[in-house]
Design a protein. Structure first.
Length: 193
């Protein structure tokens, strides 16, 4: 369970902090991605988020939806998951997996940085359940997609109305970095050029 006020209500803050954030990559799978609208930028942005997670030592959680049918996490993403946990699920929300919920709670971090597919199904339901469990949620909109642009947009808007903060890959990474001149900043700078 996320940390919050004595009543269990978490006040969403507009700022990400590396010491308090877990990256959650939802269902970026081989057989699912070809159906997603403009999958290349989603994969590229997810890769950048994973590089940042590595540089900043963020916990990483990766999910697959019915791996047997939709395949494993796409190789372009999986190759950058150097440390982290993977969870296969049948429920649309990752929180439907007790193992996922326990692993997220075990990090002791209050903020989940979400990306993946589909924005209006698995990402939305995971985000809603995370908010209900008391976590702060930041949705990386340019690393999240659906088969139809309208579904992606409405999924993000619904999650925002529920209390999530919408962000972009670059916005989130620079917030997590906090300052230039650090080893993490220097390691990531080539990817922003």
């Amino acid at each position: 369970m996320g940390l919050g006020t004595p009543l269990g209500i978490v006040m969403n803050t507009p700022r990400l902090a590396a010491a308090n954030t877990t990256l959650v990559v939802i269902d970026m799978q081989e057989r699912l991605l070809p159906a997603i609208r403009d999958p290349e930028p989603l994969v590229a942005n997810t890769r950048l988020l994973l590089r940042a997670a590595s540089a900043l030592e963020l916990p990483v959680m990766v999910t697959t939806q019915y791996r047997k049918g939709l395949g494993p996490t796409t190789a372009a993403v999986a190759e950058l998951v150097t440390s982290g946990e993977s969870f296969d699920k049948l429920t649309f929300s990752a929180f439907g997996s007790a193992d996922f919920a326990r692993a997220v709670a075990a990090t002791g971090r209050e903020t989940l940085l979400l990306c993946g597919v589909e924005a209006h199904i698995c990402v939305l339901q995971t985000g809603l359940d995370a908010l209900a469990a008391g976590y702060r949620v930041h949705l990386v909109a340019d690393a999240t997609g659906s088969r139809a642009a309208r579904n992606a947009d409405l999924g993000a808007r619904r999650l925002e109305r529920a209390g999530a903060v919408l962000s972009t890959t670059e916005m989130a990474i620079y917030e997590l970095l906090g300052a230039s001149g650090t080893p993490a900043f220097k390691s990531l700078l080539p990817y922003f050029k």
